[in-house]
Structures are given as structure tokens and as C-alpha cells.
Design a protein around this ligand. Structure first.
Ligand code: HEC
Ligand code: HEC
Length: 316
């Protein structure tokens, strides 16, 4: 089909205008600087390589844009991504943070990769090489979290420990009271599990149990404040991977209690705090002042009566 000459003219005009606009927008360039690298992440080369390939173009001061990102409007998106990304996590400055903060950020980084949130999906589509493979993921994980010891000897020792823990519920062990006078409560093993958490950063598995009063309070939704008589136990075990992808309970680490009595424990926020460590249940703390450690760390949840664990689903 032949075009009329006026149609052809209109097409050429449109093309010229688009071309001029395209060239014009190239001059609108928000500045993107690479500030000096002051405290770069300390990590083995194989780890660094993965992060450099997949994350550094946004999360560092070493941004190198490929040519197609240098062209507006892609350039605008890239610069705003980089600026936003550096605010959240900057590998070139991460060394300034405390070690615990760095570790927290790195865990967040790994879980962002795992959920597919990072690298940004829009970026991954145009930069397929930035996708973190399963093998690379394994490298990152074992760097942050070297595998816990495994092996048959370990496993059977731990099984025996767990077995003893279950059997012992009927035996009252000879355990010294906590320095603030709180007696050990062997019966906690018969309480109800309210929540279960594990922290893959320090290889522990934790179970939070509540006594009958706690369970009733949850059912009736009277949990702020918790009624007098409420008691919680938090038990921690080491994680013991069996080498087949299953994590079992390893050695018993400790059990901690919070016991509610607003008069008796008025000076410690209405809760009695106590902790016993190790298989032989040694009371924790030189003197009663150890409770300030507990309270300080539970203070962020003072609005929920110093209790972290929220019963899932409320009504049980
Ligand atoms: C194309 C740029 C880009 C790349 C590449 C990229 N990110 Fe991000 N990242 C962002 C932006 C933008 C944000 C902030 C906005 C958001 O959370 O979506 C962000 C946020 C984050 C956050 C904070 C999330 C939060 O909820 O606070 C983490 C952690 C993170 N990125 C990790 C990574 C890791 C690890 C990689 C590499 C595997 C990576 N990112 C690659 C752009 C990028
Ligand atoms: C480093 C911070 C920290 C310190 C110190 C701490 N706790 Fe906790 N505690 C927590 C967190 C966080 C939870 C929530 C459960 C979890 O994530 O394991 C918790 C949960 C508990 C629970 C289960 C009820 C609840 O609040 O969820 C008990 C019982 C408990 N802690 C007792 C103690 C005692 C006793 C001490 C002092 C000897 C203590 N804690 C010191 C952080 C701390």
C-alpha cells in the first residue's frame, strides 16, 4: 500500500520529534556519584565475587552502569534505584557498623535473595547474570553460618540427652535456686508449647511453653497484662543437622522462666526472671542483679507486658 505524500511527511515529522525528544532527555541527568569506598565488606573472595556480580551495582559505591542503563529513561530508573539501595545497604560502608549489625544486615540480604526480592526482579530481567544461583546461595549461607557439627556420635549423644529430658519430667532434679530466690520448676516440661523459633544464625532451636494459667489467659484473650500466676519457659537446644537435611535437637543449652506476680515481683516489672544453664542446670547470675539484663532486653516489648511471644491466632 502506497502512502500519500502528506502521510509520509507526517511520519517523518513524528520520527524527527521523537528523535529530538530522545536526544533532549539525555541531557536531563540526575547526578550519580561513586563516593570513596571507606569500609568495604570483609569476606572471602568467593563470597565477595557473588555480591559484586549481583548486588554491588546498586548496593555499593562502586556502581558501574552498563551502556544501556546510561541511556535515559533507563538511566533515571537506575540512578534512583542505586540511591535508594545504598540507603538500605551499602557494602562499601558496611564495615563502619558494629559486627552484630553487619551480621543482621547480611542475614536480611540472604533472606531477600531467598525470597526472590533481590536483586530487584526488574533488574534481573535485563541482567540475567545477576541472578544468584543455588550453588552461590550455598556459598553465602555457609560463609555466614558455618554448618554445625554433625555425625552419628553427636546424634546419638543428643538423642540420649533429649530422652533424659523427657524422662526427667517425673523426677525432681537437685537444682539450686536462682540468685533472686526463684526455685526451679521441673514441671515446665508438661506445659503447653506456645511457640517455636529457630535462629539459623546461632544454631539454636527454642521452644516457648506456657503453664495452664497462661494457656487460659490466651484463650480468654487476657494477655495484657498477663494474670498473676502466669509462667513462661523458654528452652533452647543446639541445632544438630543430621546430614540429610533434617535439623534435630542437639545439646540442651538452657531454660529460662518468667513468672507473673505483680506484688512479689513489683521491683522487676511484675515478673520473676530466672535462668538455668547446661545439662546440670546451673543457676545463672552472680547475684539478683542479673535480672536487669533480662529486663533491658525485654524492654522493647514493655507495651505487651514485657512478653515477646504473641500466641499465634489468639484463641486456641
Ligand atoms: C537494581 C538495583 C539493585 C540490585 C542489583 C540489588 N538491590 Fe537490593 N535494593 C534495591 C533497592 C532500590 C532497595 C530499596 C527498596 C526496596 O526495598 O525495594 C533495596 C533494598 C535491599 C535490602 C533492604 C530490604 C529492606 O526491606 O529494607 C536488602 C537487604 C537488599 N536490597 C539486598 C540486596 C542483595 C543481597 C542484592 C544482591 C543479591 C541486591 N540487594 C541487589 C536495589 C537493588
Ligand atoms: C538479648 C536479649 C534477651 C535477653 C538478654 C533476655 N531475653 Fe528473654 N527473650 C528475648 C527474645 C527476643 C524473646 C522472644 C523469643 C525468641 O525470639 O526466642 C525472649 C523470650 C523469653 C521468654 C518467653 C516469653 C516471651 O517473652 O516471649 C522467657 C521466659 C524469657 N525470654 C526469659 C528471659 C530471662 C529469664 C532472661 C534473663 C536471664 C532473658 N529472657 C533475657 C530476648 C532476650
Amino acid at each position: 500500500m502506497a502512502m500519500t505524500s502528506s502521510e509520509r511527511l507526517r511520519l517523518i515529522k513524528t520520527a524527527v520529534i521523537l528523535g529530538v525528544v530522545f536526544i533532549g532527555i539525555q541531557f536531563i541527568r540526575p547526578e550519580l556519584k561513586n563516593p570513596p569506598v571507606t569500609a568495604d565488606l570483609q569476606a572471602p573472595p568467593e563470597v565477595k565475587q557473588i555480591l559484586k556480580t549481583s548486588c554491588y551495582s546498586c548496593h555499593s559505591n562502586e556502581t558501574k552502569l552498563p551502556w544501556f542503563d546510561e541511556v535515559a529513561p533507563a538511566y533515571w530508573i537506575a540512578t534512583s534505584d542505586v540511591k535508594e539501595a545504598r540507603k538500605h545497604l551499602n557494602f562499601s560502608e558496611i564495615g563502619k557498623l558494629r559486627v552484630a549489625q553487619q551480621k543482621g544486615l547480611l542475614f536480611e540480604a540472604i533472606s531477600n535473595i531467598q525470597t526472590g526480592a533481590m536483586p530487584l526482579p526488574s533488574y534481573r530481567r535485563v541482567h540475567p547474570g545477576s541472578r544468584v544461583t543455588l550453588a552461590q546461595m550455598a556459598v553465602l549461607k555457609s560463609w555466614l553460618n558455618p554448618p554445625a557439627p554433625t555425625g552419628a556420635a553427636n546424634t546419638s549423644a543428643a538423642d540420649a540427652g533429649y530422652e533424659r529430658w523427657i524422662q526427667a519430667s517425673s523426677v525432681v532434679p537437685d537444682v539450686h535456686p536462682s540468685p533472686n530466690g526463684i526455685e526451679f520448676m521441673p514441671d515446665y516440661r508438661n506445659w503447653k508449647v506456645i511457640s517455636c523459633t529457630d535462629r539459623f544464625d546461632n544454631h539454636t532451636m527454642r521452644e516457648i511453653l506456657g503453664n495452664d494459667i497462661a494457656v487460659k489467659a490466651i484463650a480468654e484473650n487476657h494477655i495484657n497484662p498477663w494474670p498473676d500466676g502466669t509462667a513462661f519457659a523458654k528452652v533452647a537446644w543446639r541445632q544438630l543437622p543430621d546430614g540429610k537435611g533434617i535439623i534435630r535437637t542437639g545439646a540442651f543449652i538452657q531454660v529460662e522462666f518468667m513468672i507473673r506476680d505483680s506484688d512479689k515481683y513489683a521491683s522487676t516489672k511484675g515478673w520473676g526472671w530466672a535462668r538455668w544453664r547446661g545439662a546440670d542446670l546451673v543457676p545463672y547470675g552472680k547475684d539478683a542483679a542479673f535480672t536487669s539484663e533480662c529486663i533491658n532486653c525485654h524492654a522493647p516489648v514493655r507495651n505487651s507486658d514485657y512478653v515477646y511471644t504473641l500466641p499465634i491466632g489468639g484463641q486456641q
